[in-house]
Design a protein around this ligand. Structure first.
Ligand SMILES: *[C@@H]1O[C@H](CO)[C@@H](O)[C@H](O)[C@H]1NC(C)=O
Ligand SMILES: *[C@@H]1O[C@H](CO)[C@@H](O)[C@H](O)[C@H]1NC(C)=O
Ligand SMILES: *[C@@H]1O[C@H](CO)[C@@H](O)[C@H](O)[C@H]1NC(C)=O
Ligand SMILES: *[C@@H]1O[C@H](CO)[C@@H](O)[C@H](O)[C@H]1NC(C)=O
Ligand SMILES: *[C@@H]1O[C@H](CO)[C@@H](O)[C@H](O)[C@H]1NC(C)=O
Ligand SMILES: *[C@@H]1O[C@H](CO)[C@@H](O)[C@H](O)[C@H]1NC(C)=O
Ligand SMILES: *[C@@H]1O[C@H](CO)[C@@H](O)[C@H](O)[C@H]1NC(C)=O
Length: 615
């Protein structure tokens, strides 16, 4: 197989010499972990140079090669230049982090052999990407390029397609440079240029964002993704964290047993991501629209069962300390997700901002890993509770907090109408019988465990009269909709009319993970809990705790409307869902429009439905 492709390879190689493009560098997966941290990075220049100069390019005689300096130190001596035996696009395609003139395209190309022999995994695979305006990509190709992938990055390929038109739908695919193998066609889009008038964004049609969180494989089928891809007009998919879970669980009874073990090493994380991405509804959702994501559960040096103290390292299933585990997780995440690495010098930074014309700023935060002070992980609730009010506690870290406040001010001064903040944990206060509730980990895992930090954000909005801020949250495995105001402040804020609020929070339930009201809880029982909650918490206007699902935001210059979707059954693959509630926010009003949800919901409980005496 390889012998017969040498002639082709030779021509290909000469073409390459002329271009002298570093095709390892074109694959952004090699930037994972971090191109400016030499001890953790792949040296793509070195890889490139030995492939150009070290390889024999005159005939197909014996190769005299220096070793391929992979991350694992594997030996690629005497191997052909690139794999010519064909590839399998094992996980279709995905795209993400759209800008006005560029977008990230992703695929995975595993080497195959036509005679069934085990493919030689020691050589790179070369892929071409094509992006164009028509689903017949060969007719209107806009950008085309090549990139290598290899064992070092789990055969993932992540390229930035450039020179695109703003606010435009595109089709793309990958092909093998050597054989005719081709990936499925994906659909993606760019966003409007930052100076586009709000009324012109998305060709004057409302822009639709679909928002997800907490998708645990062993807990259910990812029907919510498929429903959004097929039954909504979602332009961009947003994931607020817990895209994968580290635990093994027991999903066998619904055909969802996770492979491997509790995640610790790079291999573990890759295997888990690979398995999640076999769910056909998730595959479809990635293939049909760009995603903007943030990840997952922890504080800056630990989780509930792994941390950087001696006992913590010993406790973890692999013996890996938390920092090693975190770096493995970050690296696999950057390989598998179509996400941009915003700052090569800051290995953990995923907080970033998207200016979508003058319609909105979409500001994605990391209220988990980046620089968060110790959180509640159930066994230490009392300690965290005793420090929850401390001024210097931070959920974001000082650098990110400063950046957030500046980004909000800058968004206002550049004249953007809406500020949508996508982040992981519940912002508003959720109390039940004097207890703070409903982080997925413990009572103070959410912003309620970082109260001074929450107050600083609210003060910044009030003091600077920053209107039209909408906070999105995941994590809690239940639905919550609130006006934004200082907790318990019924002087400035009126819960009946919404007057005095400074924005809105839309928090969404899990794609599959079990309800925080009790896994599998039925609607009647969940509604009893919701009744207490909407009665107790002044800002909370709707609570729903039974259904798994997602929500969409439909945004134009005058309105931001939220539609909550409930999936009826996640124990098998299906698209049986319904709209549980709809909310309207009018630009400039900074509150949910009254009557909230038009006074009627198909699931959960509205504050207005609870007798006034309970308020
Ligand atoms: C391609 O990869 C998928 C997923 O791993 C696998 O199910 C399929 O059998 C592979 N196809 C070929 C032709 O190797
Ligand atoms: C795509 O366009 C090319 C060039 O116009 C044409 O030859 C080909 O038949 C088209 N393919 C499809 C599937 O329409
Ligand atoms: C670290 O983990 C160990 C083992 O689970 C636990 O006993 C200890 O309290 C943790 N320490 C911190 C600071 O989180
Ligand atoms: C709001 O009031 C409740 C009930 O008095 C109290 O438990 C809670 O700590 C208060 N919240 C804040 C943020 O002060
Ligand atoms: C809900 O609460 C009502 C009133 O307390 C009670 O009668 C009913 O049994 C509860 N329903 C469930 C399912 O717990
Ligand atoms: C929001 O809902 C209102 C009331 O139904 C409607 O008039 C408006 O067109 C909707 N706007 C968007 C952007 O969905
Ligand atoms: C979901 O579907 C399964 C399989 O048909 C069924 O056994 C189960 O009762 C259903 N669950 C719900 C909540 O309807």
């Amino acid at each position: 197989m390889r012998i017969s492709t040498y002639g082709y390879l030779f021509q290909f190689f000469i073409g390459l010499l002329a271009a002298r493009a570093n095709l390892f560098q074109r694959n952004l997966a090699y930037e994972s972990p971090f191109s400016e941290h030499p001890q953790l990075a792949h040296n793509t220049n070195f890889l490139h140079n030995i492939h150009l100069e070290g390889r024999q390019n005159v005939d197909a005689g014996p190769f005299k090669d220096t070793h391929y300096p992979s991350f694992y130190g594997s030996n690629l001596g005497n191997s052909p230049f690139v794999w010519g035996g064909g590839v399998n696009f094992t996980h279709a395609v995905a795209s993400g982090d759209p800008y006005d003139t560029s977008v990230i395209l992703w695929t995975r190309a595993f080497p195959t052999s036509s005679d069934g022999s085990r493919p030689d995994q020691s050589v790179p695979v070369c892929l071409k990407y094509h992006i164009g305006l028509s689903s017949n990509i060969s007719t209107q190709t806009v950008d085309i390029g090549e990139a290598y992938t290899s064992y070092d990055v789990d055969w993932t390929v992540k390229v930035e397609a450039k020179n695109l038109r703003p606010d435009t739908k595109y089709f793309y695919r990958f092909t093998d440079c050597i054989t005719t193998a081709s990936s499925p066609v994906g659909i993606t889009r760019t966003i409007a240029a930052s100076d586009t008038p709000a009324s012109k964004v998305n060709g004057g049609k409302p822009l639709t964002l679909a928002v997800f969180s907490c998708s645990q494989y062993q807990s259910g089928w990812f029907n919510a993704y498929g429903y959004a891809a097929q039954n909504t007009e979602a332009d961009i998919f947003i994931h607020l964290g817990d895209y994968i879970y580290e635990s093994l669980g027991n999903g066998a009874k619904i055909g969802r047993q996770t492979l491997g073990r509790e995640l610790a090493t790079i291999h573990d994380y890759r295997q888990r991501l690979s398995q999640y991405r076999t769910d056909q509804n998730l595959v479809l959702a990635h293939q049909n629209a760009p995603w903007i994501t943030v990840a997952d559960n922890a504080w800056k040096s630990g989780t509930a069962n792994s941390n950087d103290t001696t006992e913590g390292c010993g406790f973890s299933s692999s013996g890996a300390c938390f920092t090693d585990r975190k770096l493995a997780a970050v690296r696999a995440y950057h390989e598998w997700m179509p996400i941009r690495q915003i700052d090569a010098g800051d290995k953990l930074r995923i907080w970033r901002n998207f200016k979508i014309g003058k319609l909105l700023d979409l500001t994605m935060l990391d209220t988990r890993q980046y620089d968060r002070d110790v959180t509640d992980y159930l066994t230490n609730s009392q300690v965290v509770d005793s420090v929850a009010d401390f001024d210097d506690r931070s959920i974001m870290g000082a650098a990110q907090e400063k950046w957030l406040l500046n980004t909000l001010s800058e968004s206002k001064s550049r004249g953007a109408i809406w500020r949508i903040i996508g982040q992981q944990v519940i912002f508003s206060q959720l109390e039940q019988n004097g207890e703070r509730k409903f982080g997925s980990h413990g009572v103070d895992d959410a912003w309620d465990g970082y109260r001074a930090n929450r107050a600083r954000v609210l003060d910044h909005l009030y003091d600077n009269k920053i209107s039209n801020t909408v906070i999105l949250a995941g994590d809690s495995h239940a639905n919550w909709v609130s006006d934004l105001s200082h907790p318990n402040d019924t002087k400035t804020y009126n819960p009946q009319t919404g007057m005095g609020a400074i924005g809105v929070e839309f928090a969404g339930t899990a794609v599959t993970s079990g309800s925080s009201f009790g896994s599998g809880i039925l609607p009647d029982k969940a509604d009893n809990i919701s009744r207490v909650l909407v009665g107790t918490n002044p800002d909370l206007q709707w609570s729903e705790g039974s259904f798994r699902g997602f929500f969409t935001l439909t945004v134009d210059a005058s309105y931001l409307n939220a539609t909550y979707y409930a999936m009826r059954n996640i124990t098998y693959a299906n698209l049986d869902g319904f709209i549980s509630a709809q909310f309207i926010v009018k630009a400039g009003e900074n509150k949910l429009r009254r009557p909230v949800a038009g006074g009627v919901v198909k699931a959960g409980v509205l504050k207005s439905q609870v007798v006034a005496g309970n308020l």
